[in-house]
Design a protein around this ligand. Structure first.
Ligand code: CU
Length: 186
């Protein structure tokens, strides 16, 4: 019956990792050292192609705001380099954009000629295959925590455990030890 302890510890670990993943997105500087520019023919398609973007990731556009800007557009506008109805416009020269939804996020430079010259990038956040029907994060993992078939004592033990679920991990683990011995001696 030691598996109760392991399942619970695994659930806590999964939850912690899920929270960390949501809270700490990776930071990607578009074009890496080149930044957001028309100089040097940076291949932004290639730059994006070898990255796996995830929810919470931060996309940084670094550029001289006298010469460039960042405009988020629809797919059709992206393909046509059309800036007539932008989703959002960024002009600071050091724009950080947090990706909060799955799918494609199309950005281009709105200075005439720059998008046509290749200053455009598609940030695509794929859905994680294992959690496709659920919201991102831990919903598919936490319900996996199960307990032995219920008897009146088990039910009260479960609710006692759940009360401690919000406490720090070490406290949770220490509190579980008597339960593990209790179940393993049954
Ligand atoms: Cu530009």
């Amino acid at each position: 019956m030691a598996s109760i302890f392991e399942n619970r510890a695994m659930a806590v670990l999964c939850l912690i990792f899920a929270l960390l993943q949501v809270a700490n997105g990776a930071v990607y500087k578009v074009g890496d050292s080149a930044g957001w520019t028309t100089i040097g023919n940076v291949n932004y398609k290639l730059w994006a192609a070898n990255k796996t973007f995830q929810l919470g990731d931060i996309i940084v556009f670094e550029y001289n705001p006298q010469f460039h800007n960042v405009i988020q557009v629809t797919h059709a506008e992206y393909r046509a380099c059309n800036t007539s109805s932008p989703i959002s416009t960024h002009t600071t020269g050091n724009d950080t954009i947090t990706i909060e939804t799955h799918g494609h996020h199309f950005f281009l430079c709105g200075v005439p000629g720059h998008c046509q010259a290749g200053q455009k990038v598609d940030i695509n956040v794929l859905r994680a295959p294992s959690v496709a029907p659920n919201p991102p994060g831990f919903s598919s993992q936490v319900p996996a925590v199960t307990f032995p078939p219920s008897s009146p004592t088990d039910v009260s033990a479960n609710s006692a455990l759940n009360m401690h679920f919000g406490k720090p991990g070490w406290l949770l683990l220490v509190l579980q030890l008597p339960l593990v011995f209790y179940f393993s001696n049954k």
